[in-house]
Design a protein around this ligand. Structure first.
Ligand code: UDP
Length: 424
C-alpha cells in the first residue's frame, strides 16, 4: 500500500490543522525520537505507532520504533504487571522480578546505543519501563507513555513500576484520572485513529459483503460486533451473555466476536477457549480468530454491523470504540476508563455496567433506526473533532517542545473537558 503523508490528511482534518503541525514540527527538525514498546502487532499501541512513525518522519523528525524481545516467562511477568496496573490483585514474586530484570538487561544491551543518543525516548507502557535505569549515558528526554487505566493499581506492582518510572522526565496518561503521583510533569493525551489506514478508510459495499459471506455471517439480521484481543478485561463472556439475553427474548440478531492475539499477551488462547465454549452450539454467534494484518477485514466487519460493542471491564482507551464511531456506528461500551471519553449517552452510544444493561440498550437502538442513524452521524463528527491522529500528533509535538525547552509544569488540556462542554 502507498505510504501516506501529511498532505493526505488535509481534506479530512483541514488545511489549517496540517499547517499548524508543520509549524510546530519546524522547531523539532532532525530531532531523533525513539519509541519503544513490547509488540510490533496486536493491540492499540502498535496500531498507533504504525501511523505515527511515518508522519513524524514526514514532519522532519527522525523517528524510529524499537520493540523489546522476550520469551514466554518474560511476557507472563509483563502481563502480570499489566493486569496489576489495571487493578487486578496479582502475585509478584522476587523470582518474577528477576526474570523481568534479566531479560530487560539483555534488551538494554541491544538498544543502548540508539536510546542513549536519542533526543526523545518514548517508552510505551510498563513492559520496557526499566530501560531508563540501564541507559546511564542518556542525552535526551525520556517520557513514559502509559496507555492503561492505572487509577487503582495493585499496590505491589505499582510500587515496583513506580521505582522504574520516577526517574523519567515526564509521563503521559490518556486521562486525568489515570495519572499517578510522580515527581515529574505529567501530560494528558488521548489516543486517536488514522482515518486513512486500511482499518478506517472508506471501503465499498461489495468488499463488506464479501467479508461477511467469507465468514458465513448472514446479512438478513442486524449484526453486533466486538473487535478485541481475547482478554478477560474485554469481557467477551459478558457480551455473549448480553446477546443470549437478547435472543432469549426473541430478538433476532447475529453476534461477531473477532480478534487475534498480541505477541506480548500470553493469556489469549485460554480466553479464546472459554469464549468458544460459551458460544458453542449457538449458530448466531461467530467467533473469528483473525491474523494480525486483518485490518480491512475488521474495517468491513465494523462497517457492515448495525452496532459496535466494547463491553470492557477495564480500558485504557479502547481504540475500537473510536473506530466504530468513525464508521457512523453508535457504540455500546463498558462504563470504564477511556471508553467514557468516547461514549456519551444518547449522542455517540451508551455506557453500560452489565450484560443486561447492554442487552437493553442494544434493543432500544435497534428498534429505532432513525435514532441509530442520527447518533451515527454525531459519532463520526465527534471523532473528527477529538480523536483523529492530527490532534494526537499536535499534542506529542507540543510536549516534546515543552520538555526540550525545560518547561516543566504544564499539562495539556484533556479531551474529556471539551467533550463535557460539548455534550452537557
Ligand atoms: N485489533 C486488530 N486485530 C485484532 C484485535 C484488535 O487489529 O484481532 C486492533 C483494533 O482494531 C484496535 C487495536 O487493535 O485498533 C486494539 O486497541 P484497543 O485500544 O481497542 O485495545 P488494546 O488491545 O490496546 O487493549
Amino acid at each position: 500500500m502507498k505510504s501516506r503523508n501529511l498532505n493526505d490528511y488535509e481534506e479530512i482534518a483541514g488545511e489549517i490543522v496540517v499547517s499548524q503541525l508543520r509549524q510546530l514540527a519546524a522547531n523539532l527538525k532532525g530531532a531523533r525520537v525513539v519509541h519503544v514498546n513490547s509488540t510490533r502487532v496486536g493491540g492499540g499501541v502498535a496500531e498507533i505507532l504504525d501511523w505515527m512513525l511515518p508522519l513524524m518522519n514526514d514532519l522532519g523528525l527522525n523517528a524510529s520504533w524499537e520493540v523489546i524481545d522476550g520469551y514466554d516467562m518474560f511476557f507472563d511477568v509483563t502481563k502480570t504487571f499489566h493486569n496489576g496496573m489495571q487493578g487486578s490483585s496479582v502475585e509478584l514474586t522476587q523470582k518474577m522480578i528477576k526474570i523481568y530484570e534479566k531479560n530487560i538487561e539483555k534488551n538494554a544491551d541491544r538498544l543502548r546505543p540508539v536510546l542513549e543518543e536519542a533526543d526523545f525516548v518514548i517508552i510505551h507502557d510498563p513492559q520496557p519501563a526499566a530501560l531508563l535505569d540501564l541507559c546511564p549515558e542518556r542525552k535526551g528526554k525520556w517520557v513514559w507513555r502509559c496507555h492503561i487505566d492505572t487509577s487503582r493499581p495493585d499496590r505491589k506492582v505499582w510500587k515496583y513500576i513506580k521505582s522504574k518510572v520516577e526517574g523519567y522526565d515526564g509521563s503521559i496518561f490518556s486521562m486525568k484520572s489515570f495519572a499517578r503521583p510522580l515527581p515529574h510533569p505529567q501530560f494528558i493525551v488521548a489516543p486517536s485513529i488514522d482515518p486513512l489506514s486500511p482499518k478506517n478508510c472508506d471501503i465499498d459495499e461489495k468488499e463488506i459483503k464479501k467479508v461477511f459471506s467469507k465468514y458465513g455471517i448472514p446479512n438478513d439480521r442486524p449484526v453486533l460486533t466486538q473487535i478485541s484481543r481475547f482478554d478477560m478485561f474485554k469481557d467477551p463472556l459478558g457480551v455473549i451473555k448480553a446477546f443470549k439475553t437478547l435472543t432469549e427474548n426473541n430478538f433476532q440478531a447475529e453476534l461477531v466476536l473477532a480478534g487475534g492475539g498480541a505477541t506480548d499477551d500470553p493469556e489469549g488462547e485460554k480466553v479464546l477457549r472459554e469464549v468458544k465454549a460459551a458460544a458453542q452450539e449457538n449458530p448466531h454467534i461467530h467467533v473469528l480468530l483473525l491474523p494480525s494484518d486483518a485490518h480491512r477485514t475488521i474495517n468491513a466487519l465494523q462497517r457492515g454491523s448495525a452496532l459496535i460493542i466494547q463491553k470492557s471491564l477495564q480500558e485504557g482507551f479502547g481504540l475500537t470504540v473510536t473506530e466504530g464511531l468513525w464508521k457512523e456506528k453508535p457504540v455500546i461500551g463498558g462504563n470504564v476508563g477511556g471508553i467514557r471519553l468516547q461514549i456519551h449517552n444518547y449522542y455517540t452510544g451508551f455506557l453500560v455496567e452489565t450484560p443486561e444493561g447492554a442487552a437493553l440498550r442494544i434493543r432500544e437502538l435497534l428498534h429505532d433506526p432513525a435514532k441509530l442513524k442520527r447518533m451515527g452521524k454525531v459519532a463520526k463528527q465527534f471523532v473528527r473533532e477529538n480523536f483523529l491522529l492530527t490532534r494526537h500528533l499536535r499534542e506529542y509535538l507540543t510536549f516534546m517542545l515543552g520538555l526540550g525547552r525545560g518547561l516543566t509544569n504544564y499539562v495539556l488540556a484533556e479531551c474529556r473537558e471539551h467533550c463535557d462542554e460539548n455534550f452537557q
